[in-house]
Design a protein around this ligand. Structure first.
Ligand code: TRP
Length: 342
C-alpha cells in the first residue's frame, strides 16, 4: 500500500525565531519548506514549529523572543502555510520535549556532543559555551522523534548545514531502540533528512551572501520607500549605461533571476548584453518583481497582524495536535525506560 496516508512519513520541521526573515531565507528554504509542508500534509501529516527552546541557547531578551516568535508565525502564515493542513505551533508549548531530551541525554556520550560542528562554530563565534548550546542536537532529536507515529517514517526538510544534527537524531533513535526495545520492535524510526535544494547563493546588497550577520539583507516584507532604497543600493560595477554588460556578473540580475518569468529573464539578459540598459533600469525591474511576488503575502500579513488572537488560536490548535502525539509517544518511552507510572 504505497500511498495510503497511514504509511506516508510524518513531516517534521523546526524554524528558528531569529528575527526578520530575508530574501535569502525565503529563496533558500522557506519557500520550499512551505510548499513541501502544504503538499505532504494534504496527504499525510506535517508538524512545523518555531523553536523557542532552542533560541534560549543564545537569546536572553524576553521581549525579543516573543516578538520574533510571533513574527515567524505571521511570516509563514502570510507566505502561504496552510494551518488547516500542517500543524504550526511553538516548541515550548510541548513540555514533553524537555522530558524526552533528558531521557535521550542519558543515552548520549558527551564526546559526541563536544564534537558537534555547530556547537564548535557557535563557540568560535564567541557565544558562551552553555549546556543548552552543547546539548542542542539532542533537543532537536526530541523535536523530531516526539512525533513518531506507529509504522511510519519521519521526514525532516532541512538545509545542508543540518546534516550533522540529523545524523545525531538518527544515532539517538538507534540508541534508544537498542537500549530499551527488542530488535523486532523498535519504537523510533530513523529520521530521514530531506535536504532542501541549495539555491545558488543569494547575494546581499554588498554582493556577499545575504546574511543577517553582514547586515546586507532585503527583508521579505520590506516595502515602499525602504525597499526601494535597499534595491537601489545593490552594489554594481561602473560600466557606463551605453556599454554591454554581463548579466551573470551582476548582483541585481542574480536576484532578478529568481523573481522573473522565463520570458522576462531572457529579455533582461538580452538587454544587459545589448548595452543601453543601465543597472538603474535593472533595479527598477527587480523592485517591480518583488512587489508583484510578495504583494498578496504583504496584504495577508497586515490582516493577520491585526488579529494576533487569531494567530494565537492557530498556534494553540497546532500545539494541541502536537501534544496529543507527543504524549502517546511519551507513554511508551516512560514505560520502556522503567518509570513506575507510564
Ligand atoms: N537546528 C535547526 C536549524 O538551525 C532548527 C531545528 C530545531 C530543527 N529543531 C528541529 C529543524 C527539528 C528540523 C527538525 O535550522
Amino acid at each position: 500500500m504505497p500511498d495510503s496516508p497511514s504509511s506516508l512519513p510524518v513531516i517534521v520541521s523546526g524554524i528558528q525565531p531569529s528575527g526578520t526573515l530575508h530574501l535569502g531565507n525565503y529563496l533558500g528554504a522557506i519557500r520550499q519548506n512551505i510548499a513541501l509542508a502544504n503538499d505532504e500534509a494534504a496527504r499525510s501529516e506535517a508538524f512545523l514549529f518555531i523553536v523557542d527552546y532552542h533560541a534560549l541557547t543564545t537569546l536572553r531578551d524576553p521581549e525579543a523572543l516573543r516578538r520574533y516568535t510571533m513574527d515567524v508565525a505571521l511570516d509563514y502564515l502570510a507566505l502561504g502555510l496552510d494551518p488547516d493542513k500542517a500543524s504550526l505551533f511553538v516548541q515550548s508549548d510541548i513540555p514533553q520535549l524537555t522530558e524526552l531530551t533528558w531521557i535521550f541525554l542519558c543515552l548520549t556520550p558527551s564526546s559526541q556532543l563536544e564534537k558537534g560542528v555547530s556547537y564548535k562554530d557557535k563557540v568560535a563565534q564567541g557565544l558562551t559555551a552553555n549546556g543548552g548550546l552543547l546539548t542542542y542536537p539532542i533537543l532537536q532529536a526530541a523535536d523530531i522523534l516526539a512525533y513518531t507515529a506507529p509504522g511510519r517514517g519521519l521526514k525532516v526538510p532541512v538545509g545542508a548545514d543540518q546534516k550533522q544534527n540529523l545524523e545525531i537524531s538518527r544515532d539517538t533513535a538507534g540508541r534508544f531502540n537498542q537500549a530499551y526495545r527488542p530488535e523486532d520492535a523498535p519504537l523510533f524510526p530513523l529520521p530521514d533528512p530531506h535536504i532542501l535544494d541549495e539555491v545558488s547563493v543569494i547575494p546581499g546588497l554588498d554582493g556577499r551572501k545575504m546574511s543577517k550577520s553582514y547586515d546586507n539583507t532585503i527583508g521579505i516584507f520590506d516595502e515602499g520607500k525602504a525597499l526601494k532604497k535597499k534595491v537601489m543600493s545593490i552594489l554594481s560595477d561602473s560600466t557606463p549605461l551605453e556599454a554591454p554588460k554581463d548579466p551573470d556578473a551582476d548582483h541585481t540580475f542574480a536576484l532578478i533571476r529568481h523573481f522573473a518569468t522565463d520570458d522576462e529573464r531572457a529579455e533582461i539578459a538580452a538587454a544587459y548584453r545589448a548595452g543601453g540598459y543601465g543597472y538603474g533600469h535593472a533595479k527598477k525591474a527587480l523592485l517591480g518583481m518583488i512587489d508583484r511576488h510578495f504583494g498578496e503575502a504583504r496584504e495577508r500579513r497586515r490582516a493577520l497582524a491585526e488579529r494576533p488572537e487569531h494567530v494565537r488560536d492557530i498556534l494553540q490548535a497546532g500545539a494541541e495536535a502536537a501534544r496529543a502525539r507527543a504524549s502517546e509517544v511519551m507513554a511508551e518511552v516512560r514505560d520502556a525506560v522503567g518509570f513506575l507510572n507510564a
